[in-house]
Design a protein around this ligand. Structure first.
Ligand code: FAD
Length: 402
């Protein structure tokens, strides 16, 4: 089946219909103020998250028992893609995705107190939660430190980038435990010693980005999510984030292809619309190929997660999909710049917003460069069985003919 140019399976069509019917008006309302918020660097207003939660949009993949929609990873991906396609407010899906992943991670702890205090209020849109991992250091050199005190713990340090930090009531903070390990803990915005600072980033300017200063923040034992092997804890969370972080951008890229084609059909040069010129058609063709390539990668990775076949800590296909999707959506916006000329730069601000927002995907949830290194290292060490299928005729280990 096709929707215009786009291939669309019944599952994709169902997800799109559901998003349009349930959340279309809310997303349209959010879209209206998006360009002005981006220009001003204002975060998407909190009331949209509360309204989204009332409509069941806050916690797509969380189980019903905690107020979620119990969507499998593939349906969640299709839903987020459609949200990106419909909504010009790019900050909303970015924050939504981060909050959901953190809630999933807390739920996975199996602790009832964390579920009641954090997971259910996040699902209801009553609580903002943000991830405070990055701090301009590698995981083994974190300067944010959690140390024992007489009554519990004290947390000190600085976290450099947290998406949705300006709207967050709670932060999931990773810290050096002083004994060569990493701990994960929950810090409330109103805890003594916590300062949240607004950032002025290149893109994703409506996603409430913030840095966090932590000065001898007192924490009780119940705020400690894990007091050892926090690296595995973070890896699991970041692996899950890699699957979802590009989904909305993919929908946005599709919208850019359509916006570009519409504009090119009405721009006349030398007596004919630009869309009649073969070089312009080739650019649109490359944009289409990029979007469908990214969709194919995403759906395969999401299907693997849906079938419980993905590695929970570092799934190669999920990482490859995040890498490819990032390159694809960035190529769409670059192609668009080539054929739209000044309109891209001075006309509809959405083109520039996407150019800047898509750039953030290069670093978000693991840089493209590091994913290549990690995947290459895996490829170098995970050699297939020389006698396995596809290797018929390959030299055997003992050099005897196959
Ligand atoms: C849009 C966006 C949203 C984000 N949201 C959050 C958030 O909510 N919470 C949060 O904690 N962080 C967030 N981040 C931060 C993001 O997770 C980090 O930027 C990312 O993990 C990379 O860390 P870094 O910036 O310190 O880069 P660096 O570690 O300095 O890496 C930069 C480059 O150095 C090289 N390099 C680094 N280490 C190695 C190595 N071991 N081997 C080889 N080369 C290496 C690679 O080329 C790499 O690309 C966000 C970032 C963006 C852009």
């Amino acid at each position: 089946m096709t929707e215009g140019l786009w291939s669309i399976t019944p599952a994709e069509q169902k997800a799109a219909r559901e998003v349009d019917a349930r959340w279309g008006p809310l997303l349209a309302d959010m879209s209206r103020g998006a360009d002005a918020r981006d220009a001003a660097g204002e975060p998407v207003p909190q009331h949209y998250f509360t309204e989204a939660a009332a409509l069941g949009l806050q916690a797509l993949s969380l189980p019903r028992a905690v107020g979620g929609e119990a969507m499998d990873p593939l349906t969640s991906a299709l839903t987020m893609e459609r949200i990106g396609y419909l909504c010009r407010e790019n900050g909303f899906p970015l924050i939504l995705g981060t909050r959901t992943i953190i809630a999933e991670s807390l739920l996975a702890s199996g602790r009832r107190d964390l579920t009641d205090r954090y997971v259910i209020p996040v699902a209801r849109g009553e609580l903002g939660i943000a991830l405070a991992y990055s701090e301009d250091a590698d995981a083994f050199s974190m300067r944010t430190t959690l140390r024992r005190s007489q009554s519990g713990y004290l947390l000190s340090g600085h976290k450099a980038f947290t998406t949705g930090g300006l709207l967050a009531d709670v932060f999931l903070v990773y810290a050096n435990d002083g004994a060569g390990d990493i701990a994960a803990c929950l810090v409330h915005r109103e805890d003594p010693g916590v300062t949240v600072n607004a950032l002025d980033p290149v893109g994703n300017r409506t996603s409430g980005p913030a840095s966090l200063d932590l000065r001898d923040v007192p924490l009780s034992q119940d705020r400690i999510v894990t007091d050892g092997d926090g690296i595995s804890h973070a890896q699991r969370l970041l692996n899950a984030r890699r699957l979802t972080v590009c989904c909305a951008s993919l929908g946005q890229a599709r919208a850019l292809v359509e916006l570009s084609a519409a504009r090119l059909g009405t721009t006349v040069r030398h007596g004919q619309p630009l869309s009649d010129l073969p070089n312009v058609q080739a650019a649109l063709g490359r944009m289409y190929i990029a979007v469908e390539t990214a969709r194919a990668m995403l759906y395969r990775a999401a299907r693997r997660a849906t079938d419980d076949e993905a590695d929970l800590f570092f799934d190669p296909l999920v990482s490859a999909a995040k890498h490819r999707m990032t390159d694809c959506v960035r190529s769409v916006v670059e192609e668009s710049l080539q054929v739209l000329g000044g309109h891209f730069y001075y006309g509809d601000p959405y083109f520039g917003i996407c150019l800047r927002d898509f750039t953030g995907l290069v670093a978000a949830a693991g840089t493209q460069n590091l994913l290549e290194v990690n995947l290459g290292a895996l490829a170098a060490t995970s050699l297939p069985d020389p006698d396995g299928p596809g290797h018929v005729g390959a030299p055997r280990k003992d050099n005897t003919p196959a």
